[in-house]
Design a protein around this ligand. Structure first.
Ligand code: MRU
Length: 351
């Protein structure tokens, strides 16, 4: 069993002048690492889902900013800061639904602002502080993943069937991910879980990524088409649903991969607990509810041409292709974070 095998979606090169990204678009067929240096390359990797998953997006944006700014350490500090502001704005616009890039980039901005108040500070020193902050974020996310795993596992029993959607594992976040973290722990502790992964149309993160990383770890995984979930639940095969999240509104409404709310509604019908797992950094207190979360609309060709290879629908067809949906707070049995298990009605006022 090799559940502990590292599978890192991104890292820094040894000289810290490139962002190394595992191209997730090519999985499961090919493990290819890309070396990204420019802001355009990093933006494109985020937008095209070469790197994806909310915490990984936050880290890609943070490390990406450091990499790009490493070219400007000869500029005066104020000039360095202004330049970084433009890149922050640019990276934030790459994928609007996940809150993580905004959070991580704001943390780097705060580091720069407080550094600017130090007399005679150099841009080089400011950059060092930024790298340190990005690495601190990575460590925090990794620790959060472990704690989410323990809390999540406390909700599961040996032999259960657990359904997950999209990919919220090692490819999406440091450590063991979020929704998959309890499932990795269960594997380590011989729970004998039956894991069910939806394929997650249109971009197949469940089939290409979740099924890939869990089978690589030795888990018992069954892949199903998204529209087979009700049939599986009706047969009594599912004891819990666990998914990740891209943004949690103040009232507990959750934005996550399109199809998440379908599963929550089905789970409620079949009286199956429906859990959302994510770090508290995913809570956006400035969004009162799900309606205030921007939902990313993606290219219609993702639906009509399956990764732009072969047309599966008529040429001029209109397409509805939101990347995420909102699951209402009252449909969620619990939200599992690094600080434990929150239950409805959700109150995140003290985080
Ligand atoms: O479009 P993606 O692949 O970035 O969507 C990812 C998800 O919806 C995940 O469930 C979410 O980001 C949580 S990842 C720990």
């Amino acid at each position: 069993m090799n559940f502990a095998q590292p599978l890192k979606p991104l890292s820094l090169s040894d000289d810290r002048k490139s962002l190394i990204v595992l191209d997730q678009r090519l999985l499961p067929n090919k493990e290819l690492f890309l070396e990204l240096k420019t802001k355009e390359e990093i933006f494109e990797a985020i937008q095209s889902l070469k790197v994806r998953g909310a915490p990984a997006l936050g880290l890609a944006a943070a490390y990406g900013l450091c990499v790009v700014m490493s070219e400007y350490t000869q500029n005066p500090p104020m000039d360095f800061f202004r330049k970084s502001e433009r890149i922050i704005y640019y990276f934030e616009s790459a994928r609007p639904t996940a809150v993580n890039p905004t959070i991580t980039l704001n943390r780097l901005r705060s580091v720069m602002i407080s550094a600017l108040s130090v007399n005679n500070i150099s841009s080089e020193t400011i950059l060092e502080l930024m790298y340190a902050e990005a690495s601190k974020i990575e460590k925090e996310e990794s620790e959060a993943s472990g704690k989410i795993g323990e809390s999540g596992l406390s909700l599961l029993k040996p032999g259960w069937g657990v359904l997950t959607h999209c990919n919220a594992g090692k490819l999406a976040a440091p450590g063991f991910g979020t929704a998959l973290s309890p499932l990795y722990l269960a594997l380590e502790r011989n729970y004998g879980l039956r894991i069910y992964s939806t394929e997650t149309r249109p971009l197949l993160q469940g089939a290409r990524l979740t099924a890939y990383e869990l089978t690589k770890a030795g888990a018992d995984v069954t892949l199903l088409c998204d529209n087979a979930a009700a049939s599986l639940m009706a047969k009594g095969e599912i004891n819990a649903v666990m998914t990740g999240c891209d943004r949690i509104a103040a009232n507990g409404d959750v934005a996550n991969k399109i199809g998440t709310s379908n599963l929550a509604i089905l789970a409620s019908h079949y009286k199956i607990p429906f859990y959302i797992l994510g770090p508290l950094s995913t809570v956006d207190k400035s969004a009162p509810d799900g309606e205030s979360v921007v939902i990313e609309e993606r290219d219609k060709r993702e639906v009509t041409e399956m990764w732009f290879k072969e047309r599966v629908a008529p040429e001029k067809i209109k397409v509805y292709n939101p990347a995420f949906d909102i699951t209402k707070a009252e449909m969620i049995t619990a939200i599992i974070t690094e600080r434990g298990i929150y239950r409805y009605p959700y109150d995140f006022s003290n985080i």
